[in-house]
Design a protein around this ligand. Structure first.
Ligand code: NDP
Length: 448
């Protein structure tokens, strides 16, 4: 969607100038701005309060050195980041990404998205994001621990249970959160819920592990039902084979769909009889191996090198759950040509602007990441609540709360899309609903 409003165009140009070499951040800002035009026209008070100028500038950006030593005694240095993006509606909240591609622009785009996503959850959480260009692949357990301890030695000065509560993301799962939590506790000498995604025997929440993937399917199910259809009998592609992908596959299958493909950064598997998720969990969660090992469990399945090919498989529903910009314009066109009717995003910003244009012009049902994958952070919010009241809720209690949150997120997107004249455009609905709550809080708190 093209931006026409002169004020938004000027602000976008200034934002680009101030943030050179950060294409992902500019992409995220452009997407949000492209849907805010009707809001700007209706809410001059928010423009007058300088909310938009402030919202494109994070409150704080921290960059630090992370020295660590490998198993051979060789020293290494990585770069650590924490962007404390916006605290208007609650403490900063957002995951930590460990991947060699990480840089300040990627963390800033993720933090920006997180602000609106957290607003949609209905819980009192501001937005933040962190990470490092450390590559966990091929590292021993001891090296992972050394890195996590060094990372937290600096990060612990900047976070706190009422200030900033990080969580997992790509490359940061329960093991890494455990090492980071241990180091925080050791240095600060306090046991508080400063991280979410913790182990179940030390303050973690039941259903947190499943939450992003399950939440994605709860949201998608609402979107399907509102449009007179369901998961039942549908063929589904799920990219990735990490935390989000595995539990999206599980819930979509429970809803009666057949997931036929999954992937990792090397390639994808196609199993026309439906993915054997037990095998994927064994390979990815237990053995930490590559997805091509799947053929050892299901010799009739196919493995193909490269990530993009997964989108050439005919499907009804595509659930991208790996990483940003994994569906480009060309892949989106192939999906549409092959009969795909729904794209719902588990990963953050997995579709390029060209891909989104294709979804919107082809009339696909499009569930944008900010709304569709908000179940993870929502359940992190529920973990914070349980830590604060020193109680643990059952799996069923947390899952029911998650389900209700995802229903209310869909409702908010649907209603905002209608109120602002773009019915069925859930991307616009998510951006607008998420933005208005944060913007009103920022206006109420003055020019800070
Ligand atoms: P994991 O590290 O558990 O899994 C990531 C998966 O994506 C792996 O299969 C990985 O393959 C693949 N992948 C990562 N980078 C690339 C790449 N550059 N190209 C192709 N494939 C890649 O991460 P999560 O499942 O936690 O996160 C997946 C996505 O979901 C991310 O966009 C994340 O920001 C988003 N998200 C996660 C939430 C959570 O609760 N975990 C919450 C909301 C959003 P390989 O193993 O080969 O690297």
């Amino acid at each position: 969607m093209a931006i026409k409003n002169a004020y938004l165009l000027d602000l976008l140009a200034r934002t680009e100038k101030r943030n050179p070499g950060e294409p992902e951040f500019i992409q995220a800002v452009t997407e949000v701005f492209s849907t805010l035009e009707p809001v700007i026209e209706k809410r001059q008070d928010l423009v007058d309060a300088g909310v938009l100028e402030r919202i494109v500038e994070p409150e704080r950006q921290i960059i630090f050195r992370v020295p660590w030593v490998d198993d051979n005694g060789k020293p290494h240095v990585n770069r650590g980041f924490r962007v404390q993006y916006n605290s208007a509606i609650g403490p900063y909240k957002g995951g930590i990404r460990l991947h060699p591609s990480v840089n300040i622009g990627i963390i800033k785009f993720l933090g920006f998205e997180q602000v609106f996503k957290n607003s949609l959850t209905t819980l009192p959480m501001g937005g933040g994001k962190g990470g490092s260009d450390f590559d966990p692949k091929g590292k021993s357990d001891n090296e992972i621990m050394n890195f996590c301890q060094s990372f937290m030695t600096e990060l612990c000065r900047h976070i706190g249970a009422d200030l900033d509560v990080p969580a997992g993301d790509i490359g940061t799962g329960a093991r890494e959160i455990g090492y980071m939590f241990g180091q925080y506790k050791r240095i600060r000498n306090e046991w508080v819920g400063v991280l979410t995604g913790k182990g179940l025997n030390y303050g973690g929440s039941l259903a947190r592990k499943e939450a992003t993937g399950y939440g994605l399917c709860y949201f998608t199910n609402e979107m399907l039902q509102a449009n007179g259809t369901s998961f039942e009998g549908k063929t589904v592609l799920v990219s990735g084979s990490g935390n989000v992908a595995i539990y999206a596959c599980e819930k979509a299958t429970e809803y009666g769909a057949k997931v036929v493909a999954m992937s990792d950064s090397n390639g994808y598997i196609y199993d026309k009889d439906g993915i054997d998720l037990k095998a994927v969990k064994q390979i990815k969660e237990v053995e930490r191996k590559r997805i091509k090992e799947y053929l050892n469990y299901r010799p009739n399945a196919e493995y193909h090198e490269g990530c993009k090919g997964i989108w050439t498989i005919p499907c009804d529903i595509a659930l991208p759950c790996a990483t940003q910009n994994e569906i480009d314009g060309e892949s989106a066109k192939i999906l549409v040509k092959n009969g795909c009717k729904v794209v719902s995003e588990g990963a953050n910003m997995p579709s390029t602007p060209e891909a989104i244009d294709t979804y919107l012009t082809s009339g696909l049902l499009y569930g944008p990441a900010k709304a569709a994958n908000a179940g993870g952070v929502a359940t992190s919010g529920l973990e914070m609540s349980q830590n604060s009241i020193r109680l643990s809720w059952s799996f069923e209690e947390v899952d029911e709360k998650l389900h209700n949150i995802m229903k209310s997120i869909f409702k908010a997107c649907d209603e905002a899309s209608k109120e602002y004249g773009m019915p069925g455009n859930y991307m616009a609905g998510a951006n607008i609903a998420g933005f208005i709550k944060v913007a009103e809080a920022m206006k109420a708190q003055g020019n800070v």
